[in-house]
Structures are given as C-alpha cells and as structure tokens.
Write a protein that binds this ligand. Structure first.
Ligand SMILES: [Zn+2]
Length: 296
C-alpha cells in the first residue's frame, strides 16, 4: 500500500521535522520547517518588498501573491497546546477506534479525509463531525499534486470540499497535500477557496508500522508547544477497489495513541485544532525547551 508521506529521510527534507529514534537524544528544538512552500514564501517576500519600495510593476503581482497562503507546520495556540491529525481516512475499521480513544480523553483532533473515502463511509464522516472533530481536505484520490495540471489539482480539492460539505455539514477550512507536496497550484486553490494549508512538525512514520511503542516514543519525543502530529487512519477499501492513501493495518497507530495520549495529558499538554487559532506570526517565540518530554 502506498504510504501517505515520503520515506522519513525524504520527508525530513520537505518538512524539517526530525524524528528522534528511541534511545537517541531528542532534537532540542523544532526548527522552522522547510516545506515545499519555501520557494513561494521567498517569492512572496521579494514581491512584497518590491511593492513597499513603490515599484509599480510589482504591485499587481504583490496583490495576487498575498492571496496565496503558506503551509503551517506548527500552531500558535498557547503554552503546551498541540494538535493531533489523522490522514487518509475515514476508515470503517480504524477511525472509530481512534474516535473512541479521543472521546475517552476528551480530546478533539483533525481528520484530513480523502473525498473518495468520504463517499464510501459517510457514517464515519458523520460521527467525526458529530463528536466535535474537524474535517480537513486531503484531496480526492491522494495523488502527487506536483504531477497534475492546475485544473486537475483544483478538481481534486473542490470535489473533496463538496463531498465533505454534503456529508459532514461544514465546509473544510483546512487542507493537507498528500505526501506534504504543496504544489503551487494547490496553494493557489487554497487561496481561492479560503483553505489553510496545514503541514506537520512531528512525523512518527506510523504508516510504516514500526511498532506501537516506537510510534508512541516518537510522538512523545516530538511533543512541544505548537506541535502538529501526523498520524494515519487510512482505509484499504475493497479488494478490487483499493482506497487512496495509506491503507493497510493501522492498529499500531491506535495502540500508540492509547499509550501516548494519556501521558501527554498528564504532562500538561492540551489539544486543539488548527482552525481554532490564527496562523503563527512569530516562530521564534514558539518553542521552549522545558516543554519537551524527551524520549519515553
Ligand atoms: Zn495522505
């Protein structure tokens, strides 16, 4: 089954998220992620600077550039506030188990669903919404967006907006690109549709089934103020009609959640969803070493 994210080494190049292996010293800080949006960000800054200097030719371009959002990898939601996210679902098998754990601990999370799966499992989508969680857009069929035309990228996102709105009741305001590949076209669509592109800062690579203890250790090691944790509750679909994203056995993700969630809560962490807070404005003040749990 195709994983949701790139292999760890490659993913680190795109996200800046470091994975602390068990027994190894955790990273001291979560650095500003180097998402694929770094180029658009530089272009935005350059264009904005030109506009400020009164370069008339740049003004229309600056106006357009301001509409393009930048992927967010961390939250600005106060001390020890984190976000849990689950990608590629909903799954009729694993999503309800995740929801049970979250309910037991009174925690809200974000589910980045594929539109194709929304139609397959509408009751699971309704339960996600009914229990107060947030439904985000993860494209229709989980493609590499950089390989699609701008029109196809828009179709992937718009169809999923429509599917979630129809089933879940609330039009998504959050978007996550498959594999973290926020192509320029998807960011432009986000700007048009009012979607905030959401990346992550902690990737336990749960889709590779490294063992629930390893997944939990990686999440605990990466826990810090503002962290956004990437998980997967994807579904396999039918034998003759495989579902998009990371299908396969996600029981390790569920078992890890049961392990790390109460430990994070006991350590003082709270959980929120990105839509509830404005984008981070000053990355330098976000992280405090004392917030880290370290390897567990
Ligand atoms: Zn995915």
């Amino acid at each position: 089954m195709k994983p949701c994210v790139r292999p760890a080494a490659d993913a680190a190049d795109h996200t800046g998220a470091s994975i602390t292996e068990p027994g190894r010293r955790p990273a001291q800080d979560v650095s500003m992620p180097q998402t694929p949006c770094s180029l658009p960000r530089r272009r935005f800054l350059a264009v904005s600077a030109a506009a400020l200097l009164g370069l008339g030719a740049a003004a229309p371009a600056a106006a357009r550039a301001r509409q393009v959002p930048v992927p967010e990898s961390v939250l600005d939601a106060g001390p020890q506030a984190m976000a849990l996210t689950f990608d590629d679902g909903p799954s009729p098998q694993y999503t309800p188990q995740v929801l049970d754990v979250l309910r037991d601990h009174g925690v809200r999370a974000t589910f980045f669903v594929c539109g194709d799966n929304v139609g397959r499992y509408p009751d699971v989508v309704r339960r996600i919404a009914a229990e107060g969680h947030v439904l985000g857009n993860h494209t229709w069929s989980h493609p590499h967006l950089g390989e699609l035309s701008a029109a196809d990228v828009r179709d992937q996102i718009q169809r999923t907006q429509d599917a979630v709105t129809e089933i879940g009741g609330r039009t998504p305001v959050l978007f996550r690109a498959p594999y973290g590949e926020f192509a320029d076209a998807s960011l432009a669509v986000c700007g048009d549709l009012g979607l905030r592109p959401i990346s992550w800062s902690v990737d336990p690579t749960d889709w590779a089934n490294p063992g629930s203890d390893t997944i939990a250790d990686r999440v605990l090691a990466g826990a810090t103020t503002g962290a956004i944790v990437l998980n997967h509750d994807g579904t396999e679909g039918g034998d003759d009609d495989p579902a998009p994203g990371s299908g396969g056995d996600r029981s390790q993700t569920v078992a890890a959640l049961k392990s790390y969630l109460p430990r994070l809560i006991e350590a003082g962490y709270t959980f929120t969803t990105p839509d509830a807070h404005p984008p981070r404005r000053n990355p330098s003040r976000m992280f405090r070493r004392s917030d880290r749990l370290g390897s567990a």
